[in-house]
Design a protein around this ligand. Structure first.
Ligand code: TIU
Length: 239
C-alpha cells in the first residue's frame, strides 16, 4: 500500500498516521467475553452490554481490509493444562466457574474451545495475525512486538474489550514501547458505564498521556479518502 499521512480529529488533538505503518488491533472479541456462558459472565457481569461494540467495529474492520491495512486479532486464554495461568489468576475472586471448568461453550478461557474463539461477526481472515495471550496485555508473553517491528508498524488503532482491562493494559504496554495509539471510543466496551467513561478519559488526559481517542466515524471519514487495495489474484491465475 502506498504511503500517505492522514489526520483524524481526536482527543486531545489530531491523530496523524500512515495506514501503511498502522495496524488495526482488535482485542479479545471472544465469545468468552461478549456472549453468555463464558468467562465474563462467570465473573458476574452482564455481557450483553458489550454487544454494542460489534456493529461499529465491523465497519472499521471492513474498511481496514478494503484499503489493505494490517489487521491483528488477540485472544486471552490458557493452554489446556493451565501451565501458563498464574495461580493467583486461577484462584482469585468468587466466580461461578473457574478458568478451565467445563461451561456451555467449552472449558472457560481455554485455547481451542468454542467459547475462547472470536465472534462470527469479526472472524479473522486466514492471512490475519491472531495473538494468543495469557494475560491482559497483548505484549506480555506474545510475539506481538517482534511482528510489529518486522512489519514496520509504528501506530495502532485499538479496539475491543474490555476498555479498562485488556484495552488499557495493551495501550499502556504499547505506549511504553513507543507506539502511537488511537482508541476508538465506540469500538471499545466495558461491563461498567463509569469505567468506560473514565477509561476513555484516561487515555487522552494530560496531553495524551497514553494516546488519542476518537469515535469510529472520525476515522472512517478519513479512511474514505484512501484508495482501495488491489485484490490479490486467485492462485490459478498467478501460476
Ligand atoms: N474482566 C474483564 O473486564 N476483562 C478481562 O478479564 N479481559 C479482557 O479485558 N479481555
Amino acid at each position: 500500500m502506498s504511503s500517505e499521512t492522514l489526520a483524524v480529529e481526536a482527543e486531545p488533538g489530531a491523530f496523524t498516521f500512515d495506514p501503511a505503518t498502522t495496524a488495526l488491533v482488535i482485542i479479545d472479541m471472544q465469545r468468552d467475553f461478549v456472549e453468555p456462558g463464558g468467562f465474563g459472565e462467570t465473573l458476574g457481569n452482564d455481557v450483553s452490554v458489550l454487544q454494542a461494540v460489534i456493529p461499529p467495529l465491523q465497519q472499521v474492520l471492513a474498511r481496514s481490509r478494503e484499503i489493505g491495512m494490517t489487521v491483528i486479532h488477540t485472544r486471552e486464554g490458557h493452554v489446556p493444562d493451565l501451565s501458563d495461568c498464574p495461580p493467583a489468576k486461577l484462584s482469585r475472586g468468587k466466580p461461578s466457574m473457574r478458568i478451565g471448568d467445563p461451561g456451555p461453550k467449552g472449558r472457560i478461557l481455554i485455547r481451542g474451545e468454542y467459547g475462547h474463539d472470536i465472534v462470527d461477526e469479526l472472524k479473522p481472515l486466514p492471512e490475519e495475525l491472531i495473538i494468543d495471550k495469557p494475560g491482559k496485555g497483548s505484549f506480555y508473553a506474545t510475539g506481538l512486538q517482534d511482528f510489529l517491528v518486522s512489519e514496520g508498524i509504528t501506530s495502532l488503532i485499538v479496539t475491543g474489550v474490555t476498555t479498562e482491562v485488556c484495552v488499557h493494559t495493551t495501550v499502556r504496554e504499547a505506549n511504553d514501547r513507543g507506539y502511537e495509539c488511537l482508541v476508538l471510543s465506540d469500538c471499545v466496551g466495558s461491563y461498567f458505564a463509569d469505567f468506560q467513561q473514565a477509561g476513555l478519559a484516561m487515555f487522552s488526559a494530560q496531553g495524551g498521556i497514553f494516546g488519542w481517542v476518537a469515535p469510529s466515524a472520525s476515522l472512517l471519514d478519513v479512511l474514505a479518502t484512501v484508495q482501495e487495495a488491489a485484490p490479490s489474484l486467485p492462485a490459478a491465475v498467478n501460476s
